[in-house]
Structure formats: C-alpha cells, structure tokens
Design a protein around this ligand. Structure first.
Ligand code: XMP
Length: 511
C-alpha cells in the first residue's frame, strides 16, 4: 500500500479503537496491533501511538514492549498508560495518585509555543482517566503542560520526536483532542492525509484484482450494509466473476426479499435470489429455544448456500463482509502477554470440504467508513442508512416456536412501525428498531366481542455499536398512532406495548 501508515500499539485500553477512528477521521490510515505482537515491517509506519491500558506499570502484569526500534527513530505519541510506561522505564517515577484523576480537566501550558499545541488554547478541556500518576519525568523529559490535579499532564523527550500525554485525546470530552492528534501526526510526523473513501476504493479494487485474478468468487448477500458494500467493491474489481447469493430465509422484513433483490439487480450485481422460506420453516418447526432456533437457522443457511455454491463451476473464493472491529486482535486485560484473536465468520462457518479461500475487502475499516465507502461508490443512501438487522431475522423476534402465521403477523406489525418511523422523520434518529411477537394472548374487546389475541412489543434503541443501548423516547403521539394502526390493521393482535429497558441489563433483542 502506498498510503502513509500509523501504528497504534494496544495495551488493552477500552479507548484504543477510538484512537484509530480519530486518526482515520484525519484521513490517515492506521492499524492497531497488540503491544506484544508488533508488526514485523516497522519501516512501513511513519509514526507510532502507544495506547492506554487498564493495567498499572507498577503491577505484576508488566506490559513491557521493546521500543528500541521505535523510540528516537520514529515520531512517538504515548497516551495515558503509554506516558506512564515511558516515564517508569526511562528514569522517571510513577506512583498511585492521591487525588481524583477521572473526568474533565483543563490544560495549563508550561511551553505554550510548542508546535504540539498549535491551534489549541490555554485552558482547553481534556479527559483524564487514570489511577496512577507520573511523579517524575523520565530522563531528558521536558514538561509541556499541567492540569490542576496532574502536574505532568504532557511532556516531551528532549532531542526526540517523542511526546507523552496523561489525558485521552481520542475521547470527545477532550475538546481539542483531534487537533492535538493532527499536530502530532501531520505537523510533527509529516504523515500524509491521503486516506479517503475514494483512495480506499481505488487501492482495494487493485488489490482484489491482484489477489483473485480471473478466479470466481461467491458471496452471500444479506441486504445489510457490509455485505452490500463488499459486493459492490468486488464487482468493480472482477465484474461477473462475482457470484452473489441472496437467500430468503422467510424471516426477513415484509417484501424485503423482492425489493432488495431488485435493488441488487439494478446495481448490476450478478445475483441469484434463492427463496428457501419453506426449508427454513420446516427446520424450525417445534423449536422454541432461542439458541436452538439460531442453530437451525445458521445450519440451514449453510446448507442452502452450499447447494447454490455447488452450482457455480470452479469457484475458488468466498467473500465476506467482515469489518475491522471483528478482526482487531484484542489484548487480554487479565492475562499476561497473550493476545486473544477474535475469529469471526459472517456466514457461520462453511464446511471445510468447500475449501474456499477467503477474501474480506472491508476487514481493515470501521462501520462508519464502510458507509462512506459505499456512498463514494454511489450506493443508495437509503440502503446505507438501514438499521442493523440480525442474521436470524424475525426468527429471534418471535418468542417461542415459529410458524408461517406468526411470521406474517410480525411482518405486518414491523412494516407499520418502520414505515411510521420513516414517515415521521424518526427513522434516522434511531439506531435500531423492530417489533417482537410475544408468546402470550391477552383479552381485549372489539365492537361487542371479546377477543383473545397476540401481544406485540415495539422496541427502538439508540446505540453506537450495539454493545450498550438506551431505549428511545419516541413521542407519545407517534406511539399512539402506531398502536392504533397495528391493532386496527393486523389481524391477530389486540395489544401493543413499548419496551423501555436499556442494555445492560436488558439486551436489544428479546431472545
Ligand atoms: P443484543 O440482543 O445482543 O443485540 O443486545 C446486539 C446487536 O446484535 C444483533 N444480534 C444479532 N445479529 N445474529 C446477528 O447477526 C444474531 O444471532 C444476533 N443476535 C443479536 C442485534 O440485532 C443488535 O443489533
């Protein structure tokens, strides 16, 4: 790759991915590597950032990388634990802090003319989160800034492009954090800001062409953002040699299979739609345990996909829409130097006998970058802005066993809810929304008649990555209108409730 690159050495901080995202926002390409598994080709990286860590330099679990190939040889920015690490092992002193060092603080410059602080004003708010503090700077350390409670809040090493900060520039509460990263990376380290969606598309298309050549590639489309963007990228590179398979598991949203298939065809993709609804329903018959349903759906998907892939002669590659957070090797917080590597298979793991090589064009980019790349390739913004939808689809939103009639009811309810959100301009304010069909009947009255019908729960959440979520305070008027529509229009439902639980302790899905 011809891009300038930045290396982030991870010591297990919860904020490491945020550092990478801020750097990418500066149109600079960066990679996260565990501190104990640095990349072999260090010469490819123009600058290095050391992350924070939940560990202490004084603790028994010593995260102690050899920086001899980095320090003094490349511009280095050490954040939080990184700053303490530099101090502790280079003649300084780190000790437990006496005062609270968590939350907002304000910078007082000791060296205000430092290029490191250009375009940042005295008093700038920063975010602190640490329990140790740097008592003495390392050898040749020069103090650059303090806060009220933290004397050694920022320092540099004389004669080196080595900078260290106790606060977290990657967190939004550090108001000038991105400017500080720009000062270090662009002004001091002279890293070129050439990482853009267009440059990504160009280099990825070239890389796919080289990797795959004239081979055939098969890809499972889900209707979601990641698989769609991956498909369009591959299509740009290899055209008709990309064989897309879009499976209807019968658990998609109302009319989704037909409309998304038409959209894919309109994009020029070589796509085959396979309606396997009945096969999935048959496999699911009588299963009410959530994990049992997930397994049945996953294994049926593999069977269907496998059958279809066998119809393609000489296919050599399987493409997946894996994205960077699924790939990053995470440093084990509790363990010693071992790095745990997450394995991730978007299609649930294909049988070994398929012997396909894997191509993952999005494996180095974050979700927001996937959307930007999709937009730069002209993919419909509505498709790119689609809420996340679970692989097992409505199968895990129908509590208990699944029947064709229950799917029909939930598809109708879901369509009224989602279309209503769109009509009232609420869809883009919500991270994910959907309806659950509960396994209970309740008594109601319609006209003069007593009814005994299904209850549905509506759920809408705000989130950034699905790991935590808050329920959305949808307007009462909207809920009232939606409830009326559902009860009047969907046969078999006589009661609607709204889920006001956050994650944790609840989850987004009910199963
Ligand atoms: P939970 O319910 O765990 O959901 O709070 C977090 C996010 O993950 C999605 N989800 C799934 N996605 N297969 C998927 O592909 C699944 O089995 C699955 N379960 C939950 C959920 O929709 C939410 O976005």
């Amino acid at each position: 790759m011809e891009q300038d690159q930045v290396l982030i050495l991870d010591f297990g901080s919860q904020y490491t991915q945020l550092i990478a995202r801020r750097v990418r926002e500066l149109n600079i390409y960066c990679e996260i590597h565990p501190f104990n598994h640095p990349p072999k080709e260090l010469e490819n990286f123009k600058a290095v950032i050391l992350s924070g860590s939940p560990n202490s330099v004084r603790g028994t679990t010593v995260l102690h990388p050899d920086l001899s190939e980095i320090r003094g040889k490349k511009p280095l920015l050490a954040v939080c634990y990184g700053a303490q690490y530099l101090a502790h092992f280079s003649g300084g002193k780190v000790a437990p802090s006496n005062t609270r060092e968590y939350g907002r603080a304000n910078l007082s410059f000791i060296k205000s003319d430092e290029i490191f602080f250009q375009k940042i004003s005295e008093g700038s708010q920063v975010w602190m989160s640490h329990s140790d503090t740097i008592k003495d700077l390392p050898t040749n350390g020069v103090l650059l800034a303090s806060t009220k409670d933290v004397e050694n809040a920022a320092y540099k090493i004389d004669g080196e492009d080595t900078f260290a900060i106790q606060f977290h520039p990657e967190v939004y509460h550090s108001k000038d954090g991105k400017q500080l990263l720009a000062n270090f990376l662009v002004t001091i380290a002279k890293v070129a800001q050439t990482w853009t969606p267009d440059s990504f598309v160009e280099s990825t298309v070239a890389a796919i062409k080289e990797k795959v050549g004239n081979d055939k590639v098969v890809l499972g489309l889900s209707g979601g953002v990641d698989s769609t963007v991956a498909a369009v990228l591959l299509h740009k590179a290899i055209g008709k040699n990309l064989y897309c398979i879009f499976v209807n598991n019968g658990l998609l949203r109302k009319n989704e299979f037909e409309s998304v298939l038409t959209q894919y065809e309109g994009m020029g993709l070589n796509v085959k739609g396979v309606d396997a609804s009945q096969r999935f329903l048959d496999k699911l018959a009588g299963i009410s345990d959530p994990e049992g349903k997930r397994k049945a759906i996953g294994s049926t998907f593999i069977d269907v996909f496998d059958d279809e892939a066998h119809h393609i002669q000489d296919v050599k590659w399987l493409a997946q829409g894996t994205i960077y957070p699924d790939v990053i090797e995470s440093v084990s917080v509790n363990g010693g130097p071992s790095a745990t590597i997450k394995s991730h298979h978007n299609v649930g793991g294909l049988p070994d006998y398929m012997k396909l090589q894997i191509v993952e064009p999005l494996r180095m980019i974050f979700k927001d970058e996937v959307r930007r790349v999709g937009a730069s390739m002209g993919i419909d913004p509505e498709l790119l802005g689609r809420h996340p939808f679970p692989g097992p689809g409505l199968g895990i939103r129908i509590l208990g066993d699944i029947t064709a009639e229950k799917v029909r009811i939930l598809q109708e309810v879901d369509a009224i809810f989602i279309n209503g959100l769109k009509e009232d301009g609420l869809y883009d304010k919500v991270w994910q929304a959907g309806a659950m069909l509960l396994p209970v009947n309740s008594v109601g009255v319609m006209g003069d008649e007593r009814t005994y019908e299904k209850v549905v729960a509506l759920r809408a959440v705000e989130s950034t990555d699905g790991m935590t979520a808050d329920w959305v305070d949808l307007p009462y008027k909207f809920l009232q209108k939606t409830s009326n529509k559902i009860i009047n229009q969907v046969k078999g439902v006589n009661r609607v409730v709204y889920d006001i639980s956050s994650k944790p302790p609840a989850t987004i899905e009910w199963e």
